[in-house]
Design a binder for this molecule. Structure first.
Ligand code: F6P
Length: 405
């Protein structure tokens, strides 16, 4: 029996040296700043801004967004609503870890000049790494392997594409920065929760000759670009082709975020990659291209997708989007943190209870890359604890499929 929480668990902070969140703030963030600094021929002003961010990461406090951080002024208002007034002046390590990480990326883009005006306005500082991943031989191999799918029975093909999308979440560039081995470990890794049968009960394959039913809409809240987004797109194309889904809304980030998170530009890159791949992959790519042009698939980049807050705080228009979907599938670790709240839940806490606020059926497809987890049964937790694998929560070697109808 899952445990119903009697009160919210403590929010995860990054203030404990030696903990995973502390390492992200103290080590990963400076490494990301240096990577961006080295990847572009930035002028002195931008380099100074990035160096100032490095100093701030080491021992600084959260500062209000400067007046020139956002030419439209709208983003400053948003950050005010998202907690800036409460957190400005406090240490990066003492505010919620989710907030600190999310805000770091906003500051990094600022320092880089992404919000302009200037030559780097609109440029994605992570694009070189994203494109390298999309062009890697491993991507060719993964796409060529799709040719073998046609021989599989329909249900196995669907399962293979779901698992491709799930484990594609291990391909996360920010993750690899500090743990290069983690994303490449071979072999099928164990699922710690698998509600895929519930997912398919929400998206059944239409039986031949069955009466027309209500249109089925899938909301897919994407995570990383490149080798995660490609299998996400394949899954969407497949569900459309099978008639399990009539329409799909793909949510991506409005600006570069958490190194490899997908933006609209990344959707185009991935789609072009599919279409150019030939074979079965190109067939999926072309189907998706058509579905985008006829409106069955739409792409949305909502500002809240880059908010430093849990989905429980989502605004009304986004709530309506999710409420209109037959099911919303959230990809990846960060979306999971935002879905269940980035808290020290006991792992057996009921997933259904902590997502009860979500405006409709919701599914999480996630590899475990941070401490938060819910919805595990007690036996699974004991087995994980007994396995001697200290980092099962954070190493990306385990995954889950959780669904709340
Ligand atoms: O790409 P994903 O699966 O959302 O994972 C990103 C994860 O990486 C981190 O930045 C560090 O692990 C987490 O904060 C975040 O949850």
């Amino acid at each position: 029996m899952p445990d119903t929480p009697s009160a919210p668990a403590p929010v995860i902070l990054g203030n404990e040296p030696g903990s995973f969140p502390h390492g992200v703030l103290a080590e990963r963030h400076p490494a990301i700043v240096r990577q961006v600094r080295d990847a572009f021929p930035l002028g002195p002003e931008r380099r100074r801004a990035l160096d100032a961010l490095l100093v701030s990461c080491a021992d600084g406090v959260v500062e209000p967004l400067p007046a020139d951080a956002d030419p439209t002024g709208r983003d400053r208002d948003r950050w005010a609503r998202w907690g800036m007034d409460a957190y400005a002046g406090r240490s990066w390590y003492e505010v919620p870890w989710l907030w600190a990480e999310s805000h770091f990326y906003r500051r990094l883009l600022d320092a880089f000049g992404h919000f302009g005006p200037g030559p780097w306005q609109g440029v994605d500082p992570f694009r070189p790494a994203k494109l390298a991943e999309l062009d890697a031989p491993e991507t060719d191999e993964e796409l060529a392997a799709l040719d073998g799918l046609d021989a599989l029975p329909a249900e196995e093909r669907t399962r293979a594409l779901l698992h491709g999308s799930l484990w594609g979440n291990r391909a996360d560039l920010g993750f690899r920065l500090s743990d290069p081995g983690a994303a490449t470990g071979g072999g099928a890794e164990p699922l710690v929760a698998d509600d895929s049968a519930t997912l398919w009960s929400l998206l059944p394959a239409p039986a031949a000759g069955a009466p027309r039913r209500e249109p089925v809409t899938l909301c897919l809240v994407a995570d990383n670009a490149g080798r995660e987004l490609v299998p996400d797109l394949l899954l969407v194309a497949h569900l459309l082709a099978e008639g399990r889904v009539d329409r799909a809304v793909l949510h991506v980030k409005p600006y570069p975020y958490y190194v490899s998170d997908a933006t609209p530009a990344d959707v185009l890159d991935a789609l072009r990659r599919l279409v150019a791949a030939g074979g079965t992959a190109a067939g999926y790519g072309e189907r998706l291209w058509t579905a985008l042009t006829d409106g069955r698939v739409t792409v949305r980049a909502h500002p809240f997708s880059c908010a430093p807050l849990p989905y429980a705080d989502m605004p009304g228009d986004l709530r309506e989007d999710f409420a209109a979907a037959t099911v919303t599938v959230l990809k990846g670790d960060l979306n999971y943190r935002r879905l269940v709240g980035d808290r020290w839940w006991p792992p057996t806490t009921s997933f259904a209870d902590v997502t009860a606020y979500f405006p409709g059926p919701v599914a999480a497809l996630r590899t475990l890359k941070s401490d938060v987890v819910t919805g595990l049964d007690a036996g699974t937790v004991s087995a994980l604890e007994a396995s001697g694998e200290r980092r099962w929560r954070t190493s990306g070697t385990h995954a889950l499929i959780q669904v709340r109808r």
